[in-house]
Design a protein around this ligand. Structure first.
Ligand SMILES: [Zn+2]
Length: 82
């Protein structure tokens, strides 16, 4: 029973890891202009600056928008999908 749980956890961890790599690669492909170091981007909802490595971002019309939080991201999506 315990071995089964461990095996299950290992599989889940493997899947999560795989998708993280896939996600990272596709983002790198999409944004050739964001090659090197961390760049600061402005959150268009609240105006604060965030690193472009943030996970709170959205791609819209081939442009990537960055946000300080999930809350700002959701606000942005809400406003642009009306
Ligand atoms: Zn914000």
């Amino acid at each position: 029973m315990f071995t089964k749980v461990l095996l299950f956890l290992a599989v889940v961890a493997g899947i999560v890891f795989f998708f993280k790599i896939k996600d990272k690669k596709s983002i790198e492909k999409q944004s050739d202009e964001l090659v090197n170091a961390v760049e600061m981007k402005q959150d268009s909802v609240c105006g604060s600056f965030v690193e472009d490595t943030t996970k709170h971002k959205v791609k819209l019309n081939d442009k990537i928008y960055y946000f300080c939080s999930e809350e700002c991201k959701n606000k942005f999506i809400e406003e642009h999908t009306k």
